[in-house]
Design a protein around this ligand. Structure first.
Ligand code: ZN
Length: 265
C-alpha cells in the first residue's frame, strides 16, 4: 500500500509461518480500505462479498540474462551492474524493475559508444525471479562461487528510474576502507547532483554476493514517486521519464568508470 489515495491495490508477497492458520489475505486500495472502514463503523454486522482468483502455480524454468565488456588489464576482476527482469504482472514493471535493467545495459552501451576499453570486466545482469524468492540473485552468487569468479563490486538499480541522488554502499566488515574510497569520490560526482553516499545497503539481487566479500552498491534515485507505482497496475512505461532514466544510467556509468580506473583496494 502506498500513501496516495487511489483506487488500485499494491500487491506483494505474503507467507504463512509454519503451523499458522491459513487466513486468506488480499491487497486493498487505500480508497476501498477507507470505504470498508466507514461502512463497518456504520454497521458492525456488515456483510460483504469478495472474490479472489490468485493461485500459486508450479515452478517453471527461467534464466538470468548476462552480457559483459571484457577487461583489458584485469579481466578476472568483475564489476557487476544489474536489475531484475521479472515483475508483478498487473502492470508492466516499468519502474520495478524495467528501469534498472535498461540502465544496466545502457551503462555498457555508453562505454561502447565512447570507445572506452575497461581495465576490468564490466558485466550487466538481468536477474530473474527477484519478486518471488530472489532465486536469480541466489543462483548468480552460487555460480560465481562455483566458478571462482572475483567480483570487486556489484551495483543494483531497483528503486525506479527517477532523478539521481546518490548511492548506498556496503563494504565487508573488515574492509571499511573500500566504502570510504567510494565516498571519497563525492567531489567528482556531486556536480551531477549525486550527493547522498551516507547510507548502507546494496540491493536484493546482489545481496547474496555479499558473503563473498563483494562491495555492494545501490543506485539511489529520488524516492518521492516510486511507491505510487511500485507493484501496481500503474507501473507502466508512460510513467518513466526518458531524461531521468538516462541521468541514472550516466550516474551508474560514472561510478563504474571510477571503480574500473582506480580499483577498490
Ligand atoms: Zn524490484
Amino acid at each position: 500500500m502506498g500513501i496516495n489515495r487511489e483506487d488500485y491495490p499494491h500487491t506483494g508477497g505474503m507467507r504463512y509461518a509454519t503451523g499458522a492458520p491459513m487466513i486468506p489475505a488480499m491487497a486493498v486500495s487505500t480508497k476501498h480500505a477507507d470505504l470498508l472502514s466507514r461502512l463497518l463503523k456504520d454497521d458492525k454486522n456488515l456483510n460483504f462479498y469478495m472474490e479472489m482468483h490468485c493461485q500459486t502455480l508450479e515452478d517453471a524454468p527461467s534464466f538470468n540474462v548476462v552480457g559483459e565488456l571484457r577487461g583489458s588489464e584485469y579481466k578476472d576482476e568483475i564489476i557487476a551492474v544489474g536489475g531484475h527482469l521479472d515483475s508483478w504482472d498487473l502492470g508492466q514493471g516499468a519502474h520495478d524493475d524495467g528501469a534498472g535493467c535498461v540502465q544496466s545495459i545502457e551503462a555498457l552501451r555508453i562505454f561502447k559508444t565512447m570507445g572506452y576499453k575497461p581495465k576490468r570486466t564490466i558485466r550487466a545482469i538481468m536477474f530473474m525471479n527477484e519478486e518471488n524468492g530472489l532465486r536469480g540473485g541466489q543462483q548468480y552468487a552460487d555460480l560465481a562461487k562455483l566458478k571462482n569468479e572475483k567480483h570487486i563490486a556489484a551495483i543494483e538499480s531497483d528503486r525506479g528510474g527517477f532523478t539521481p541522488r546518490g548511492f548506498t554502499i556496503s563494504a565487508p566488515q573488515d574492509k571499511p576502507e573500500k566504502r570510504a574510497k567510494i565516498q571519497s569520490w563525492k567531489p567528482l560526482l556531486e556536480p551531477y547532483g549525486l550527493s547522498d553516499f551516507g547510507s548502507t545497503g546494496g540491493g536484493a539481487d546482489i545481496g547474496p554476493l555479499g558473503p563473498q566479500g563483494v562491495v555492494l552498491i545501490g543506485y539511489l534515485p529520488d524516492s518521492q514517486r516510486y511507491f505510487n507505482y511500485h507493484h501496481t497496475s500503474e507501473d507502466t512505461f508512460d510513467k518513466v521519464d526518458k531524461r531521468e532514466l538516462e541521468l541514472g544510467s550516466a550516474s551508474m556509468a560514472a561510478l563504474i568508470y571510477l571503480i574500473d580506473q582506480h580499483g577498490l583496494k
